[in-house]
Design a binder for this molecule. Sequence first.
Ligand SMILES: [Zn+2]
Length: 282
Amino acid sequence: MAEELTIPGQEQLAAQLRAAARAGTLGQAVILSGQGDLARAARFAAAAMECQGDDPPCGLCPACRKVLRDIHPDVITVRDPDHKSIAIDVLRAVRSDAYILPNEGKRKVYLFPDCALLDPKGQNVLLKVLEEGPPHAAFLFCAESSALLLPTIRSRSVEWRLAPPPPERSAGDRDARRLCELLCQGRAADLAAFCAQLENSKIDRDSLRHLLSDARDLICAALALSFGGGDWGDGLVRQLTDTLSRRRLSALADILESFIRQCGYNVGVGHLTGALAVALAS
Ligand SMILES: [Zn+2]
């Protein structure tokens, strides 16, 4: 089966948009708000509106492919590079154009990549077509904050928010994730090098315990996910579930648990990292 089209880092939003598209509740005026790749999310939503497949956006039908390559004649990105804000004339032209039937698509989609460029006067020009425009016309507003849009526009739109960016990861957290990536790849030499590097970095027992606990939590989340539960928002957890068997995940959780315990004893870090490399490779 072909891989399902998604929005990187916004899998939950993608699933919600997909469900709405399937139910026909995506809305005629859509606000995509938040920090992140709004353009990508907007293209996904536009593809969902134009898709000719059964599970919009399928990413494979001619309509989806054109939207994703930015060459669909009925998905119009509204820009006005000559002015600071999008000029009234440009918006009036959009308003008139919205009444003309689509060239080939199901809808005519007007995409506003940055609503900071849409001043209140301009927004008012669009109000009427949002309110009583033809059913084939759709509007996609991208805004870091929907507060950039007038309440009258917001009340006529459905807002979809991007998930906030993940918090900055600490060095220990990064190492725990790195360890899990290496476990997915399963190369003993790389795991040994990673453990040697931990020793060389003069990591103390407490930090090592934290690192191993974080890695164990990721493995346990992957184990839970393999049984249909847990957090599927973390790409690494999914990768662990996809590449390692339940049996292996469960064995790794046990190994890490035992080393977490040993970090509580008065054992040299060099001894622990060396033994860990052997245990993880087996
Ligand atoms: Zn499609």
